[in-house]
Design a protein around this ligand. Structure first.
Ligand code: NAD
Length: 338
């Protein structure tokens, strides 16, 4: 592997993917292709960005010309860039369609022109829609229920077209909720940790009984590297976990990190316009490659809470979290492709 391009590499999951591939392929040049929206932070990729073989390209995946320039000579493309926050998608859905559908389209077109031989597209369990009972495997129909998941399903449809028409070598992964350090505190775990640190009441949507599965970011990154290693184009892999909690259970565990009781710390607020009750993946297919999650949520939580405590100053107070894009990118490996 000589050149790896990771879109969204300065965001939450992308930065864990960068960590993993940096260690796994010590000779590869890694290009982080990121627009640096509010969700990105150059500190997510520090200190790796100081290495000669890690480069940050600040560009928009909707820019076909930029995609082509970055992908020239790439052996592997991992596409993790997206507008990713469901709540935002109710108010600003056009931006979601632009980045998640058009951006994916531009990237796939560029990957085809550049003859990239391995492409991994990061999708989500949300494309299946609500799964109240049992679980769904990779053959289940897509039934997205909100503008975010619709845009992720739209991206998959574009990819399907490139696979069928041009045999573009793409593998799609659909993952459960992912947790870990460096997640922007708009998502439930970091948001609630930050709120508890500011002695604010946790605002639970609806009745708090919605369920989600939680997968550790390093486990997810390990799954991607296994997929790249044991490469089979055109596959779809659900990447899941057995760790399932209601928002109430999750919040209670978060409160316990501070010696607090949920009954004293939570308030119920109006639900999302539509809020899937549950997502559930059957992930037998990825286990055929020898993958299974290693990290345990309850063991990781104290470390994550500590990280947010130590990095509290990195983020604005929770109520001001709608930030303008900002980046202190002064490193010499921030490369211009213009
Ligand atoms: N967070 C989860 O629980 C979860 C679960 C399953 C799948 N996913 C998927 O994983 C991927 C990463 O999610 P995340 O939680 O790390 O998101 P994130 O919001 O933390 O990071 C997204 C990154 O993409 C970049 N980006 C956004 N628009 C861009 C554009 N137009 N051009 C270039 N870069 C752009 C941002 O700057 C940021 O660095 C997404 O595709 C998301 O749909 C996330």
């Amino acid at each position: 592997m000589k050149k790896i391009v990771i879109t969204g590499g300065a965001g939450f999951i992308g930065s864990h993917i960068v960590d993993h591939f940096f260690g796994k392929y010590p000779k590869a040049e890694i290009f982080i292709f990121d627009k640096m929206t509010y969700a990105a932070d150059i500190r997510n990729i520090t200190p790796l960005i100081d290495h000669d073989r890690v480069h940050l390209v600040i560009e928009d995946i909707c820019n076909l010309d930029a995609c082509e320039k970055v992908l020239k000579g790439a052996d592997l493309l991992i596409h993790a860039a997206a507008e990713s926050h469901v709540d935002n998608s109710f108010g600003n859905s056009m931006e979601f369609t632009k980045t998640n559908v058009m951006g994916t389209h531009a990237l796939m077109e560029a990957a085809m022109r550049c003859k990239v031989s391995k492409i991994i597209h990061v999708s989500t369990d949300e494309v299946y829609g609500e799964v109240l009972e049992g679980d769904v495997d990779e053959t289940a129909p897509l039934y997205p229920t909100n503008p975010y998941s619709a845009s992720k399903a739209g991206a998959e449809m574009v990819i399907s077209g490139y696979i069928r028409s041009f045999r573009l070598p793409v593998t799609v992964v659909r993952a459960n909720n992912i947790y870990g350090i460096r997640q922007f505190p708009e998502k439930i775990i970091p948001k609630f940790l930050m709120m508890l640190m500011q002695e604010q009441k946790l605002t639970l949507h609806g009745n708090g009984r919605n369920k989600r599965h939680y997968l550790a970011a390093p486990d997810f990154a390990a799954a991607l590297s296994l997929i790249a290693e044991r490469w089979k184009p055109f596959e779809i892999y659900n990447i899941g976990t057995d760790e399932e909690y209601t928002n109430l259970e999750l919040s209670s565990m978060l409160c316990a990190q501070f010696g607090l009781d949920l009954n004293d710390c939570a308030t119920f607020v109006e639900d999302r316009p539509f809020n899937d009750g549950r997502y559930a993946l059957n992930w037998d297919h990825i286990t055929e490659l020898g993958w299974k999650p290693v990290f345990k949520f309850k063991e990781e939580l104290p470390k994550i809470a500590l990280w947010y405590k130590e990095n509290f100053g990195r983020y604005e107070p929770v109520e001001n979290l709608k930030r303008e894009p900002s980046i202190g990118a002064t490193k010499s490996n921030v490369v211009s492709i213009k």
